[in-house]
Ligand binder design. Sequence first.
Ligand code: PGA
Length: 255
Amino acid sequence: MNKEKRTAVIAGNWKMNKTPSEAKALVSAIAERAAGKCGCEVVLCVPYVDIPAAVEAAAGTDVKIGAENVHFKESGAYTGEVSAAMLVECGVTHVIVGHSERRQYFGETDTTVNLRAKAGLAAGLTVIICVGEVLEQRQSGITSEVVSMQTKLALAGISAEELKKVIIAYEPVWAIGTGLTATPEQADEVCGIIRGVVAELYGDECAEALTIQYGGSMNDKNAAELLAKVNVDGGLIGGASLKPDAFGAIIDAAQ
Ligand code: PGA
């Protein structure tokens, strides 16, 4: 199986932006831009409170709605958390876990990333697992070790069957929100390393079928070059996913 046979997924990560009414308008604008573009799947991961409005606005369009995190327990005394079943009932199909901002600011660890991924998969969600090195790690030449370890730990206990609903997003932390983008070669190299780790764990066929995204200042100008790389099957897009024209151009680049 080669790149052409994998599903390209262009996913927006809105982070802590947009109220429900703003979300409705933005989803509609992006859906209009994405209409009929069947060369990739389009997903918008939005803040929890925006989910009902976003799902309503996306109904009948080619856009799917995701969440930005999920808790690993089914229910209980976990103030401020949201379960996978809650997301599913709201019409969510995808969820991001292990985003570097969660790891950096909210104490997310490889262990909790793994638990969250498993909870999402158990509920039938497609899980976008984020991995990526910080600048010091890249400069010390340990990017491969860091990303390989994060990938292995995130996938611990996940079956080959479950892996079909996993997307891995390679997001070098130094490229997120900084305007610094990995070069297409850097992105391709690390996405290839991740695919190699998955091949070791699950075999070549599973690894060849896995969608691996690049994320980190992807925009309308650099998307085409990044997405052309053999190991890059899509993008996880922050800033540019808040702009229908820029995000639309990234969707076009994935066709
Ligand atoms: P960015 O964010 O596109 O704004 O760099 C990417 C991400 O955090 O997923």
